[in-house]
Write a protein that binds this ligand. Structure first.
Ligand code: MN
Length: 212
């Protein structure tokens, strides 16, 4: 089996101020695990893909045999998106990004609060299930987008600097229908240190995803 669920980098209850323990257990141990199980099952029918990283597979999704392409898109996207998601949160998160990322956010969006409002708006307006993203395009410019289902920005040649999961499974136990409240509370566990590292190293990440 080529892909595995990475362990959470903190306890299930570590993000309690924004996300409850039961949601974290179900989200990581059941939802993420199912994406990995289904991705591995799909790739049994496309063994030439098994030597690639999940980022490479998504970046070149059109190269995946059509018979399994939708399954790989959904479940490979689910695996990549959630692997990022656990790492861009931390019990010591929140606050403000400094350094080059903080400057780039101010330059692109005016200030941090405006950025958060626009990011949350992208999440609220995503109809059904999906993700809100801060991405860098090929020129390095920052943009806010949202994707449906488990679609990855990598499929469009965009690098996911950070993303928030707006599937109901991410928030429904505590927030029920109040997705906007979840999006607001989420910033208290955002791991700016990890996000800054992703922002600064995006060319390396994209070169690897391209297979260079
Ligand atoms: Mn999820």
């Amino acid at each position: 089996m080529p892909f595995e669920v990475p362990p959470l980098p903190y306890d299930y209850n570590a993000l309690e101020k924004s996300i409850d323990e039961q949601t974290m257990r179900l989200h990581h141990d059941k939802h993420h695990a199912a994406y990995v199980t289904n991705l591995n099952a799909a790739l049994e029918k496309a063994p030439q893909q098994q030597s690639h990283t999940v980022e490479q597979i998504l970046r070149h999704i059109q190269d995946v045999p059509e018979a399994v392409r939708t399954a790989v898109r959904n479940n490979g996207g689910g695996h990549a998106n959630h692997s990022m998601f656990w790492n861009i949160m931390s019990p010591g998160g929140g606050g403000e990004p400094g350094g080059p990322l903080g400057q780039a956010i101010n330059s692109a969006f005016g200030n941090l609060n405006t950025f958060k409002e626009q990011f949350n708006d992208a999440g609220v307006k995503r109809f059904g299930s999906g993700w809100a993203w801060l991405v860098r395009d090929s020129s390095g410019a920052l943009k806010i987008i949202s994707t449906a289902n488990q679609d990855s920005p990598l499929m469009e040649g965009l690098f996911p600097v950070m993303g928030n999961d707006v599937w109901e499974h991410a928030y429904y136990l505590r927030y029920q229908n109040r997705r906007a409240d979840y999006l607001k509370a989420w910033w208290d566990v955002v791991n700016w240190k990890e996000i800054a590292s992703r922002f600064e190293n995006f060319k390396d990440h994209m070169n690897k995803a391209e297979g260079r």
